[in-house]
Design a protein around this ligand. Structure first.
Ligand SMILES: C[S@@+](CC[C@H](N)C(=O)[O-])C[C@H]1O[C@@H](n2cnc3c(N)ncnc32)[C@H](O)[C@@H]1O
Length: 459
């Protein structure tokens, strides 16, 4: 059965000829005397395992006689093992049905065309066997764009691959292939691309954490594979706290955090990211909580601490409109007043998702709160900020990887941290975020800023 349902071989096809994927399967069908009997026979033939059951193929087909088909008559397509000429190949269901005059078994041709075959079926029939093991799949998408990073051996088939991806994924309208290395060449983590299929239109709209982002995928960084990491940190932030997102991109941490009532000072050096971040803030109605900045992250770290403190001293606050009273509730004695949420004086979290170099920004935390010791414990209940810095590290064993990351942090902040609970001063938690390449993983190192670093004189 499995081989009968293999897509026709169309080896080394460089431009897509869909007609080559037409395949006829000679088999049999049960003509049922009345359509009202169809459902009963369908169930019985499923049970006797004679009904054809192939993914995406309906076993209920129009009657092969065009006149009867016009009158709405249908038949049930059976497996090729049922031979119309040999009743000994029939189950008792078919034999009894035939004796009762309810069923007639006839030869039948089942047609399978390009629309029937799945992406992998088609790719396997096109690509030479030595390329079957790593057929491009599981690609990144952003809105209507599928983003491939094709290995060299697949490049001769790139247009065909692109077209098949569009045909088999209704949400995909454009397929692009990355043509340089993100991160090493480009500071803003954007990439050069070529369009393999569909329109050269990279303005996409995506939804993440109930927030909508519209942006030009070729001009800013976006990675849907980071949605779990975004959510993981957003879950840690508490309403009313301040988060400084040093490399905010178009706001996948900042905007959803703002939606839950967290103040965010959101910064990105890429002017295009800043532009789309501003738009996302307005569109998702988080302007009361999220403020966009377009600075270099190095200077932004201390500037954010200073500007949050000043905003707090100026008694800046978010204004929340009270919920509309339900029509059933009795009218309030006085109109409900707005709720004012004050900006606190200190930052609770710094997020630094620029894994290629975020650790090299850590020296900027020296002196972050120099002269402001009284804002923190033991003078108040406030703790120093947690820093969440993303980084890449090679795939080594855990201890070696942790030691290597901790060494890079120590080099920047001048204080040695132990691997452990990042909430506790002197310790650092290290979480593996995702596999990036065969020998490259992305991590998030989180640690509470040591007092020795935060209160050191600024240089
Ligand atoms: C990996 S992306 C992460 C963006 C976003 N946080 C996210 O999770 O999608 C890194 C971002 O850092 C920004 N960036 C690069 N260098 C920077 C710098 N020196 N200061 C601030 N932002 C920078 C890039 O423009 C890019 O948007």
């Amino acid at each position: 059965m499995a081989t009968l349902f293999r897509a026709p071989a169309a080896r080394a096809m460089k431009s897509l000829d869909k007609s080559l994927f037409f395949k006829v399967l000679p088999t049999s069908a049960a003509l049922v005397s009345q359509n009202t009997l169809l459902s009963r026979y369908r169930k019985a033939l499923e049970k006797s395992e004679e009904l054809i059951q192939v993914e995406k193929f309906s076993p209920i087909a129009p009657h092969p006689d065009p006149e009867a088909a016009k009158a709405g008559k249908k038949c049930l397509v059976l497996k090729p093992s049922v031979d119309p000429a040999s009743p000994e190949t029939w189950s008792s269901v078919l034999r009894k049905g035939s004796e009762d005059g309810e069923v007639e078994i006839i030869p039948y041709q089942a047609d399978f065309d390009y629309t029937y075959w799945r992406y992998l079926d088609i790719m396997k029939s096109i690509l030479p066997e030595e390329l079957h093991d790593e057929i491009p799949s599981g690609f990144n998408t952003a809105g209507h764009v599928a983003h491939l990073n094709l290995r060299e051996q697949y490049l001769p088939y790139k247009e065909v691959i692109g077209q098949i991806i569009i045909d088999k994924n209704p949400a995909v309208k454009t397929v692009i292939n990355k043509i340089d290395d993100v991160g090493t060449a480009n500071e803003f983590r954007t990439f050069n691309y070529e369009v393999l299929a569909g329109a050269d239109d990279l303005v996409v709209e995506v939804t993440e954490a109930d927030c909508v982002f519209k942006f030009d995928y070729s001009r800013v960084y976006w990675n849907s594979k980071l949605s779990n990491e975004h959510q993981r940190l957003i879950d840690i932030f508490k309403p009313g706290e301040v988060v400084a997102d040093v490399m905010a991109g178009i706001g996948p941490f900042a905007v959803p955090a703002g939606k839950k009532g967290v103040f965010v000072w959101a910064n990105d050096k890429n002017p295009e990211s800043y532009k789309y971040l501003e738009t996302a803030i307005v569109r998702n109605k988080v302007s009361e909580f999220v403020r966009p900045f377009n600075h270099d992250g190095h200077s932004f770290i201390r500037d954010a601490a200073d500007s949050v403190l000043e905003a707090s001293k100026r008694k800046e606050h978010a204004v929340i409109k009270p919920p509309k009273p339900s029509r059933k509730a009795p009218p309030p004695k006085s109109p409900p007043s707005n709720i004012l949420i004050p900006v606190p004086p200190t930052i609770s979290h710094f997020v630094m998702n620029l894994p290629a170099s975020a650790l090299e920004f850590l020296h900027n935390f020296r002196g972050l709160y120099f002269g402001n010791e009284e804002l923190f414990a033991p003078h108040t209940k406030t703790q120093l900020p947690l820093v969440h810095a993303h980084c890449f590290a090679p795939k080594l064993n855990d201890d070696t990887t942790y030691a290597e990351i901790l060494e890079r942090i120590e080099k920047e902040i001048g204080v040695a941290l132990q691997h452990g609970d990042g909430e506790k001063e002197g310790q650092c938690s290290i979480i593996e975020v995702r596999d990036v390449a065969p020998n490259k993983r992305m991590f998030c190192a989180s640690f509470r800023l040591p007092a020795k670093v935060a209160f050191a004189p600024r240089v």
